[in-house]
Ligand binder design. Structure first.
Ligand code: SF4
Length: 226
């Protein structure tokens, strides 16, 4: 009889990777997230469920594969995977940092173009006809913090590695909007004020509430607000 459970070993390994969050330290992947959900993840974090952790792990494998392919290509003179990024924000109201890692930072050999690549793995590439706004926001943060000519959002289908890519150019207004959202989140956290239930009241985004680990807390808060 086999008394080891590989699925359990995988789940334990993935759980060990999770870390608690600190107010004042934010992450680029939260750029376009529902602000209330981000808030809850700081003040009453819930462990990410096992199914979601496994999906993230698969996504990371796809990213590693793309990085290896970039490194092996003659098109680039330089490829840096997981380039560390730090944005220090300070004004008269608050101070905070945004820490992240750029999936891939590359320089083309022939034209010396500096390009930031953000890879996203998806379940069905044929549904991706345009970049998702939250991914554009994340990439905009990188473009504002690093010197680059442009960004590329690369969607990869987890089933077959079919790819769709979209060019993203730096836009000062959008960069400031993204930083402004982090400032807003920061002030809500430091003043212990629950942000609005952004996604629940947005018909284009409310479907995400179904997958939100804070759904019950949020619905209770909405009921209390009425
Ligand atoms: S349930 Fe929806 S609105 Fe509420 S925190 Fe989660 S994502 Fe935001």
């Amino acid at each position: 009889m086999i008394d080891i459970d590989i699925a359990d070993i995988i789940d334990n390994f993935l759980e060990e990777e999770s870390r608690p969050k600190t107010v004042g330290v934010y992450f680029p992947s939260e750029s376009g997230m529902c602000m209330r959900r981000s808030y809850y993840s700081y003040i009453s974090p819930k462990p990410t469920d096992k199914a979601a952790l496994r999906i993230f792990a698969l996504g990371n494998n796809v990213h590693s594969f793309i990085a290896e392919a970039l490194k092996s290509s003659d098109v680039f003179s330089y490829v840096e995977e997981e380039k560390p990024l730090k944005i220090e924000y300070k004004d008269s109201d608050t101070v905070f940092n945004v820490y992240g890692r750029i999936d891939d930072y590359v320089i083309t050999k022939d034209t010396n173009k500096k390009i930031i690549i953000e890879a996203k793995s998806v379940g069905e590439i044929n549904k991706i006809n345009e970049p998702e706004p939250k991914h554009v926001m994340q990439l905009m943060l990188y473009l504002g913090a690093e010197q680059a000519d442009y960004g590329l959002l690369v969607y990869a289908d987890k089933k077959n590695l079919n790819i769709r890519q979209f060019r993203v150019d730096y836009d000062d207004e959008m960069y400031n909007k993204v930083i402004g959202r982090f400032k807003d989140l920061d002030l809500h956290l430091k003043n212990k004020r629950l942000p609005p239930a952004e996604f629940y009241f947005d018909p284009k985004k409310s479907w995400e509430c179904k997958y939100c680990p804070y759904f019950n807390d949020c619905m209770q808060a909405i009921a209390n607000e009425q």
